[in-house]
Design a protein around this ligand. Structure first.
Ligand code: ADP
Length: 256
């Protein structure tokens, strides 16, 4: 997919925890249609930056724009409706639900949530549930884990859980998805499946991605551009090869 105008603009963002500056004046742009990699040594501020952009943490100062609109500090549910999603690990309380049920939980505003509908709207609820179930099955098939539909989410492997996390973003009309450590603890085969799913979602459905990942093969294979952070700031941006050759980047990695 060809990349275009900036979709996300982060302008001089700061996030302080007490006196500690986890994000310390980060400025960057995420191009529409890109799969942008975010790398950097541990403690560089990558996850904190994600959390501020995704409305999980309020910034200390600075601004975040999406398609030119100021979205700084908007809560996650409002960003969700704009199509900005950050994946989260499957929470413990959902681990006893099946993979299909986990996906069916995602879209908000179902009629079944309202009490009177359980009395007067049984047919509508049944129709919605059927549609949701069909959508969940389509997502599981896209991710090549349809055989896990009835397995409890708590019992599937780490990599399969990552696919399920990605699958949740497909239950709604996501436009930009922030993935934190998609490959952590995932075997090579599943990592390839995750990479393929990301590339297909990007090419076929127009998703923009921002990916934090330590596995450089994974980053090099699917991400362009790559942004490197250290000590709360953006150090460099370019292709992975350019980043690897950047002396500030080398220094930041060697210094840890
Ligand atoms: P990265 O994702 O690049 O490894 P993080 O954003 O997780 O970096 O963390 C950046 C720094 O901010 C780390 O030193 C971390 O200990 C600190 N930090 C993150 N969250 C908090 C918090 N809630 N309270 C205090 N310090 C935090």
């Amino acid at each position: 997919m060809t990349t275009g105008d900036p979709m996300i603009v982060v302008d001089d963002l700061h996030k302080h925890f007490g006196g500690f500056h986890a994000v310390d004046g980060a400025s960057l742009q995420i191009a529409k249609g890109s799969i942008t990699g975010l790398i950097g040594p541990n403690g560089a501020g990558k996850t904190t930056l994600f959390n501020v952009i995704a409305g999980v943490l309020p910034p200390t100062s600075g601004r975040v724009f999406m398609d030119g609109e100021d979205i700084t500090g908007l809560p996650p549910h409002e960003l969700f409706h704009k199509g900005l999603l950050r994946t989260f690990q499957i929470a413990h309380e959902f681990s006893s639900m099946t993979c299909r049920e986990n996906l069916m939980m995602v879209p908000g505003g179902q009629s079944g949530e309202k009490l009177w509908n359980t009395w007067f709207g049984r047919k509508r609820i049944a129709d919605e549930e059927r549609a949701l179930r069909a959508k969940a099955d389509e997502v599981l098939e896209f991710l090549t884990i349809e055989h896990l539909a009835d397995h409890k989410a708590g019992q599937v492997s780490g990599g399969q859980k990552k696919l399920l996390e990605l699958g949740r973003t497909m239950m709604v009309d996501a436009r930009i998805v922030f993935l934190d450590e998609v490959g952590a603890g995932v075997n090579r085969t599943l990592l390839n499946t995750i990479a393929d799913a990301i590339v297909r979602l990007n090419q076929e459905r127009g998703y923009t991605f921002v990916v934090i990942e330590h596995d450089m093969d994974f980053i090099g294979r699917i991400c362009d551009p790559v942004i490197c952070m250290a000590e709360g700031k953006v150090l460099a941006e370019g292709t992975l090869d350019e980043i690897k050759a950047n002396e500030h980047v080398i220094e930041a990695y060697l210094g840890t």
